[in-house]
Design a protein around this ligand. Structure first.
Ligand code: SF4
Length: 479
């Protein structure tokens, strides 16, 4: 079987949290989900595979259609994320004009949140919920051998008005998955923020997160790879010329012990490579920071989210402002860059002062960089359920949108109980202004760059911020 895996084009992305022209300029990650499926198929089957990253290659629907036509696939797999539903729908529409017939299957977080509705998307033949490396292979085998597709773990099928869901999920130890192929899918196309080199990649060292923050829809079942397996992949990355790695796990430092195991394995092999991760502020101490610094850790992205203990409690973050302050102080002491994530307009942000508290806290902890986004209630989160119950979101528009993404229906993307969307957008601009447009900050940051590449990325980041600043400039600013 010939299989094409598609990361859809960026056009028609739905705005949520961070303005899209800003986020596109700042980072572009390899489509690791598709790359894992590809490497699994390449290793454990005879099927021929190809990934089209329409997002990275910035191609049109017509160009995408031509590429698919040239390959003549039997199966097409498409990633569905919260923000690319319109693109997925238009991609399928374009593919449906190709004469040759092929099976279209979709996968991704939305499928798990809305299994039945996913199948109502016009042109879709099946969907795979949850992680699906093996499920995809089983689907390809079943199609090839003309077997009943219902036997595939996690599959969702449609027969007229009836929807069939195979509730079983693939069960694979993560160490058994082959590494994503970063040569076939050229790693040089991708970039992440605040890196010191262009030769970077992302790695997933564990899936899911054991925490339960109210705004997060990450898989709740946590699975980790072994330290040896993770460092094997890092070593492989180094061998193909990669100089910096960013772990994009939902939470890398699930326990201090896990991080210590990985760092010790790196040191045991004397592997010289820079790396960073996304983590929590409470699973960090002086000793572990010393160890990871020695093992090559250069940056940590911390989810701080808000600027009050009351707010942290409301979000179920299970951390305090004091812990956050201490973590930033210690991380800086060890010379590791800090990036802080914040959300503007959370359900507990009832007054202007609540939001200003968050912005001021970003200055207080002296993060090297800060990422601000407007709070967005995502489907399948506690916040989303609360919004529906309280009537802040009138009805489940994501569900309707999923069935018909090209309609005029637009899901609510902000929490508009206390502020209007425009006001929240103004606060977002204010947060950037207050954090980044400080002369001392600009000077200090420029002086601390390690390479021309890092300097250039910083300039690009500055331009993105200016775009936000001047976006909707004609509108009256409320601040
Ligand atoms: S926000 Fe972070 S810590 Fe909280 S549940 Fe999501 S991934 Fe886990």
């Amino acid at each position: 079987m010939k299989i094409i895996l598609i990361n859809p084009v960026i056009k028609d992305k739905i705005w949520a949290g961070i303005p899209k022209n800003c986020s596109e300029d700042i980072f572009l990650f390899p489509p690791l989900g598709l790359m894992y499926i590809q490497s699994y198929l390449d290793k454990f089957s005879h099927h021929e595979t190809k990934i089209i990253d329409a997002l990275a290659d910035n191609i049109s629907y017509d160009e995408l259609k031509t590429k698919v036509e040239e390959f003549m696939p039997d199966i097409v797999g498409i990633t569905v994320l919260t923000h690319n539903l319109k693109s997925v729908s238009k991609t399928i529409k374009a593919l449906k004009t190709i004469k040759q017939k092929f099976h279209i299957t979709i996968g991704g977080p939305h499928i798990t949140a809305y299994p039945k509705e996913s199948l109502m998307l016009k042109g879709v033949d099946s969907a795979l919920s949850g992680y699906s490396e093996k499920s995809f292979k089983d689907l390809a085998d079943a199609i090839e051998q003309n077997k009943d597709l219902k036997t595939v773990d996690g599959i969702i099928l449609k027969n007229g008005e009836n929807i069939y869901i195979n509730e079983k999920k693939q069960n694979l130890p993560l160490d058994n998955l082959p590494f994503p192929d970063r040569i076939k899918n050229d790693f040089k196309k991708y970039y992440t923020p605040a890196t010191q080199t262009a030769k970077i990649t992302t790695i997933i060292s564990g899936r899911g997160c054991p925490q339960r923050c109210t705004f997060c829809n990450t898989y709740q079942k946590y699975e980790s790879r072994s330290a040896a397996n993770i460092v094997d992949e890092m070593q492989h990355c180094k061998e193909i010329g990669i100089e910096e790695i960013y772990f994009i796990d939902d939470t890398f430092n699930v326990t201090v012990e896990r991080v210590a195991d990985i760092a010790n394995e790196i040191l045991k092999r004397n592997l010289k490579i820079k790396w960073g991760f996304k983590g929590r502020c409470d699973k960090i101490n002086d000793e572990i920071l010393q160890l990871i610094k020695k093992a090559g850790c250069v940056k940590i992205h911390f989810g701080v989210e808000t600027g009050s203990d009351y707010g942290l409690k409301e979000l179920n973050k299970k951390i305090t402002l004091d812990q956050i302050k201490q973590t930033f102080k210690l991380t800086k002491k060890h010379g590791i860059r800090t990036i802080a994530f914040f959300m503007i307009g959370c359900p507990h942000d009832k007054t202007r002062d609540d939001i200003l508290n968050t912005i001021n806290f970003s200055l207080k902890i002296k993060a090297d960089y800060a990422v601000f986004a407007v709070f967005s209630p995502y489907p399948d989160t506690v916040s989303y359920k609360n919004a529906l119950e309280k009537g802040i979101i009138k009805k489940d528009l994501w569900e309707e949108f999923l069935i018909n993404p090209e309609s005029e229906i637009m899901p609510d993307t902000c929490w508009e109980e206390h502020f209007k969307k425009e006001e929240l957008f103004d606060f977002l601009k204010l947060s950037h202004r207050k954090f980044y447009f400080r002369p001392f900050y600009v000077l200090k940051t420029m002086l601390s760059t390690h390479s021309f590449f890092e300097f250039k990325k910083m300039i690009d980041g500055g331009i993105s911020l200016l775009k936000i600043e001047f976006l909707n400039k004609k509108k009256k600013n409320i601040l």
